[in-house]
Design a protein around this ligand. Structure first.
Ligand code: GDP
Length: 454
């Protein structure tokens, strides 16, 4: 450990800013503050010091300095923090001075966190939770990321793994000391395996809520040209995100806005005017629009309630995807109140949820948006918050249940050695989830997502 480089980086945001935090970690962290400040402050206490470049003896800045001796630190080794004035030259001067010290080099992206993982301070699921916390844009994403950072999934996986190891020990005892141990050891091990399989299956049957919350759900506004799709998107986004034009077919590309609906991330797509097209470019636009709309989690199928547009369309709501479809009748400002009621009641016949709005005047938009927020909450967090937030977790858990399936099958056939092997495989799959075993090849992928200084 002590032959490791000492690494440093700007950990705070882009300068210029009021304050910049430079973090230093590694065996020579103490040497760095000694050299720059001329003394080492009391551990874990902020103290004011002048930083000097040792070569020129020039003062670089006055800073709050923290000396954090390991291993009781976030990263598990000696650390230091310099809280400087956040100017570009101050930061550049300090980083350059640190870089000239023997055994020091700038940190790679995610290298601080990687060291914390290697020093056993975080398991892999927590590392991923930390990355998600940094990238979280909405309240619900933040909550999910924080839960994961604090070990919701990691602790669960560890406890499953411990129970698996205990079951495996029973099988091994039976194999090694057949005559001296009770017959029902295998039965007990298989009971545990079956229970674990059930628990993991429940966690996996989550409709991918956690993954979807990380990415945000996609709501596609689809429908014939000129019904007001772009106008609706604009109104909801409250800014000019899409081109509103009286000519059909001008909104060729899909335009999307990212919304924070009461803490839930929702991407709203304005699909190109979906209609049969002659022009190849436009046809491509139509094809893409259909594809995105089909992959959406929810489709808002918009029609012109004033009845001037939707009859000449050859399109039908949905377009083959499995997402629920809500009917949105736009331009109700153009119809009188008698036909409004008629429009509303007609929509209920086919059981499809229906909203009557005017993208122009704003009538009905609040109700539509709050329904979208409720829908997002229900699809992300009910019946309870998800544990699985990435495909990687899902694959590891799936491998675990598959190995348990095989263990249970072989158990019935009385093949104890194969039962033991399958339980071992199940345990290894869980170990990969938290990063306890064979993860070297996936580490680069996971840490690549981090920024420098984290
Ligand atoms: P898109 O092709 O479906 O995206 O439709 P646009 O949003 O480009 O709208 C087509 C035309 O309908 C534009 O001239 C809009 O100003 C108009 N429009 C959109 N929504 C409404 C509405 O609620 N009421 C009225 N009267 N006109 C609307």
């Amino acid at each position: 450990m002590s032959d490791r480089d000492t690494i440093f980086a700007l950990s705070s945001g882009r300068p210029p800013a009021a304050i910049a935090v430079i973090r230093i970690t590694g065996p020579r962290a103490r040497f760095a503050i000694e050299t720059l400040c001329g003394r080492v402050p009391a551990p874990r206490r902020a103290s004011l010091a002048r930083l000097r470049d040792p070569a020129s003896e020039q003062v670089i800045d006055e800073a709050l300095v923290l000396w954090l001796p390991g291993p009781r630190t976030e990263i598990g080794e000696d650390m230091a923090e310099l809280h400087l004035h956040g100017g570009r030259a101050v930061i550049a001067g300090t980083l350059a001075t640190l870089g000239r010290l023997d055994g020091f080099r700038p940190a790679e992206p995610g290298e601080f966190t990687r060291r914390a993982f290697e020093n056993g301070k975080l398991d892999l699921t927590a590392v991923e939770g930390l990355a998600d916390l940094i990238y979280a844009e909405t309240e619900a994403q933040r909550r999910q990321a924080y839960r994961q950072l604090k070990g919701m999934l990691g602790a669960r996986a560890e406890s499953w793994r411990e129970r698996l190891i205990a079951a495996l020990a029973l099988v091994e005892a039976r194999i090694d000391f057949a005559d001296d141990v009770p017959d029902d050891l295998i039965g007990r091990a298989l009971d545990t395996a079956s229970l674990l399989r059930q628990e993991i299956r429940v966690v996996l049957a989550d409709d991918r809520r956690g993954e979807r919350l990380r990415d945000g759900s996609v709501v596609a506004i689809a429908g014939p040209p000129n019904v007001g799709k772009s106008s609706l998107l604009n109104r909801i986004a409250r800014r000019d995100a899409a081109i509103v034009s009286p000519h059909a077919g001008t909104t060729r590309d899909i335009i999307e806005v990212h919304l924070d609906l009461e803490g839930y991330p929702v991407t709203l797509l304005d699909t190109a005017g979906i209609r049969p097209a002659e022009d190849p470019v436009e046809r491509e636009g139509v094809r893409r629009a259909r594809e995105r709309a089909e992959a959406a989690d929810l489709v808002l199928w918009m029609v012109d309630a004033s009845g001037t547009n939707h009859r000449d369309s050859l399109c039908e709501p949905s377009g083959g995807g499995s997402a629920p479809v809500w009917m949105v009748r736009n331009k109700i400002d153009l119809i009188d109140s008698a036909s409004k009621c008629e429009a509303a009641s007609r929509s209920d016949d086919d059981g499809m949820r229906s909203y009557s709005i005017s993208a122009l005047t704003g009538v009905g938009i609040d109700e539509l948006v709050s329904s979208l927020a409720i829908h997002a909450r229900e699809s992300f967090e009910l019946p309870e918050p998800a544990l699985v937030t990435r495909e990687r977790h899902r694959n590891a858990l799936r491998e675990t249940t598959e190995a348990l399936d095989r263990a249970l099958r072989e158990g019935v056939a009385g093949r104890e050695d194969i039962v033991a092997e399958e339980l071992r495989l199940a345990g290894r799959a869980l170990g990969r989830l938290t990063g306890r075993v064979d993860v070297e090849n996936i580490l680069d992928v996971i840490f690549r997502d981090f920024c420098i200084g984290k």
